[in-house]
Design a protein around this ligand. Sequence first.
Ligand code: ZN
Length: 271
Amino acid sequence: MIEINNLYANHLKLKFGCFFTGLILVLMTPFQVSADTITYPNGAHVAVHLSYDDALSSQLDHAVPTLDQYNIKGSFYLLPGSATLNNEQQVEAWKKVAQNGHELGNHTVFHPCSSKGPNRGWVKPYASLEQRTPEWMAAEVKMANTFLFLLDGQKSRTLTPPCFETMTGSGDYLSAVRPLVAGVYGHTLPKPEEVFWSAHNVSGQQLINYIKRSAANPQTKIIGIKFHGVGGDYLSTSNKAHKKLVRYLAKHHDQYWVTTYKNIVDYIKQQ
Ligand SMILES: [Zn+2]
């Protein structure tokens, strides 16, 4: 879509000159034009994706079995550099997750986040976003892609930028990594067409209410809920709350198209 917009812009540039082209490019953002007309499989008017960051053991123990029980596919943003991916058992378990149709998403290798501000003592000096450049981030995303390809054999996947932060010491890295992935979490449609909630320590009913409230806005086409720990680890949501949400979504598959973030991004691109 970006390429199509660029082609269109070049065409206009020839016809009307630079000023008008600039104006058009400011007004048009990718997908904005077509978002109103999106219809999903099963006639659902909104797509929902559940995602899980940091390759945590509690996701394998609790989230994956619940998703599999209700035949819902999630996106798992793994971290090749994390301690939980350094044993054979975990590696085999994640391979199986991919075989079951879930997405193994890119979350970089070392999880670079800003080391500035309060509560950022956990950011290691080697993973400080301020020390990075956009080129370095692109190399890291590429390396994570290669690692994940060895796990799942897939050549395309989406990315969740760690901490949702993309400002390195020498500029924003988003445009440097966009060509390396199918999509970037939360960046497919403008708000409120796409919304998401990074949830933890909430009840199943709160999760369901978020979905209902978001879906009530006719402009909203993509709803995401992001988890970390499920029934354990950190930024945790209880197994019970997670299960309640998944059960609700499975029951209402005529209203919501629940699938991986990659499937949603690919589908919108096709539209
Ligand atoms: Zn993370």
